[in-house]
Design a protein around this ligand. Structure first.
Ligand code: G6P
Ligand code: ZN
Length: 541
């Protein structure tokens, strides 16, 4: 073991979900090492502890895993559990942390960002509950990166991570596990696999696009091998270091191949895609796209049909920019509904405290308290379970849902890689005029409320300010503007749009048409196009 002298490297502040940078930035001398040592320091040292390590297989995943192992050994860790090939989806890592009652885990991923030498890499620490480090801890980690002077690392050969079994690195034990097995076993306790098998046997066809990222092995094992879907139901099923050039973000823009399949002739009955590290999901039926906010609401209304949730849900939580569709379900079913800032980490306390079972975000994340991350494959199985039990198509489920609860028309417009100064000024100017907005009329709509969202965690009382600007009209329609915390180049500005429709005659509009006056009002108030010079969003969900 030896101590390497280092100095702080600027910019190691974890964002919405860990530290994400260009891969070449991470590959600079001491960059990864400084951050990993800062994590160990911030959690009170690694001595005697057990960690889970794995990642989504993107470029540098394998090298970074070896560095983390050598540093864990040098810092006195007792045991590291690694996925074979250094692979683990984010939800599977969360499960292993919990299952083995470890002290946490290091997950290598930049989630839905593209991978490769010229693209993105990332790393995040999840705590003993299996969830992303809360803000208090990420602040500590960041503080440590600004004062670090040395890190510990052993001199050793690479550990063979390709063979399942145990190995040693100095005094530290390394266990190499099948990345899929424990996770698949967990899902089998939650869902009615027999009902899904029977539905598939009856001719139900699935297309799951793993986008050459981590869910390939999980979906192949569960959907094809275990549930009996035809070979080829999983598309792009082999994780590749550069995701085969795909941008593994399951939304209509980036998962366009799946959209074409689902909107084409002879579309399968059900389509889904997941992201780089397997925590996101997009659900599609033949010619129907299910917005993530609607998906959360449908799962909330139907979860009791899955065997892990027959007792009903303790409550549901959604991020603030997510539509209120889930709130309407919660109200009807008489369960609490919580609103949190963007970022899965905010759900952790609510789940640990037993307040909520189901959580979801407009950013294509849904999950439950079976782990402490959102979970793409879980969401797919929950949908399949519901479809198998209700014996309805995706389109019928949606129609039925809107008939019962009304339709919260929803869309998000992303303006990516815009100049950071322009983005920051736009938000600052908007913030400065918030107090004047109530009472004003724009595009024939009256603004009832405008604020900068602040959250007080009901469990630990911690406060998170500046979590997004909300402009709410007198009929409850609204738009929200916030800057993404997950991008790596320039700023990404997100505009979230929502309006509730209760008249069944109006349930079949294109959301862009239904929301047109709100889109125009947002432009009048914030001037996104005018200030950025863009003609429209890069991504529309
Ligand atoms: C990640 C986080 C989510 C978050 C999403 C979008 O996937 O895990 O919790 O909603 O990023 O975050 P952003 O800050 O880019 O809007
Ligand atoms: Zn992800």
């Amino acid at each position: 073991m030896h101590t390497v002298t280092t100095q702080p490297i600027e910019g190691q502040k974890p964002g919405t979900s860990g530290l994400r940078k260009k891969t070449l930035v991470f590959m600079q001398a001491h960059y990864l090492e400084n951050f990993v040592q800062s994590v160990f320091d911030a959690i009170g040292g690694a001595a005697g502890k057990t960690f889970v390590v794995g990642g989504d297989g993107r470029y540098f995943n394998d090298r970074a895993a070896q560095v983390i192992l050598r540093m864990a050994a040098a810092n006195g860790a007792a045991h590291v559990i690694v996925g074979q090939g250094a692979l683990l989806s984010t939800p599977a890592a969360s499960h292993l942390i919990r299952l083995n009652k470890t002290d946490g885990g290091l997950i290598m991923s930049a989630s839905h960002n593209p991978g490769g030498e010229d693209e993105d890499f990332g790393i995040k620490f999840n705590g003993p509950n299996g969830g992303p480090a809360p803000e208090g801890l990420t602040d500590k980690i960041f503080a440590r990166t600004t004062e670090i002077t040395a890190y510990q690392i052993t001199d050793a050969q690479d550990v063979d991570l390709n063979t399942i079994g145990t190995a040693a690195l100095g005094d530290m034990k390394v266990t190499i596990v099948d990345p899929v097995a424990d996770y698949a076993a967990l899902l089998e306790t939650l869902f009615d696999f027999d009902a899904i098998r029977a539905m598939i046997k009856g001719g139900f066809r699935i297309s799951f696009d793993a986008m050459n990222a981590i869910t390939g092995p999980y979906a192949t094992e569960i959907i094809e091998n275990s549930l009996g879907a035809a070979k080829g139901s999983v598309v792009h099923g082999t994780p590749l270091p550069d995701f085969g050039g795909m941008h593994p973000d399951p939304n209509p823009t980036w998962a366009h191949e799946l959209m074409a399949t689902m909107n084409g002739a002879d579309a399968p009955d059900f389509g889904a895609a997941s992201d780089g590290d397997g925590d996101r999901n997009m659900i599609v039926g033949p010619n129907v796209y299910v917005s993530p906010s609607d998906s959360l609401a449908v799962l909330a209304a139907n979860a009791h049909l899955a065997k892990g949730y027959t007792q009903g849900l303790a409550g549901v939580a959604r991020s603030m920019p997510t539509s209120a569709a889930a709130d309407r379900v919660a109200e009807k079913l008489g369960m609490p509904c919580y609103e949190t800032p963007t970022g899965w980490k905010f759900f952790g306390n609510l789940m640990d405290d037993g307040r909520v079972t189901l959580c979801g975000e407009e950013s294509f994340g849904t999950g439950s308290d079976h782990v402490r991350e959102k979970d793409g494959v879980w969401a797919v199985l929950m949908w399949l379970n519901i479809l198998a039990k209700r014996k309805m198509s995706v389109a019928q489920i949606m129609q039925d849902h809107w008939q019962t609860y009304g339709r919260n028309y929803y869309s998000r417009h992303d303006y990516e890689a815009i100049d950071s100064d322009i983005a920051n000024t736009l938000v600052a100017d908007l913030r400065a005029k918030l107090a004047d907005l109530p009472g004003q009329t724009v595009q024939g709509r009256t603004i009832a409320n405008a604020d900068d969202y602040s959250y007080t965690d009901p469990v630990d009382g911690s406060v998170s300010d500046h979590q997004g600007i909300r402009v709410i009209f007198d009929d409850g329609a609204r738009f929200v503007i916030r800057l993404s915390g997950t991008g790596t180049s320039g700023a990404t500005l997100r505009l979230y749009l929502e309006a509730l429709e209760l008249d069944p005659a109006n349930f079949d509009h294109d959301p862009q048409d239904a929301l047109a006056s709100i889109i125009a009002a947002a432009e009048d108030v914030a001037g996104i196009k005018a200030r950025t010079g863009r003609s429209g969003p890069d991504v529309t969900t």
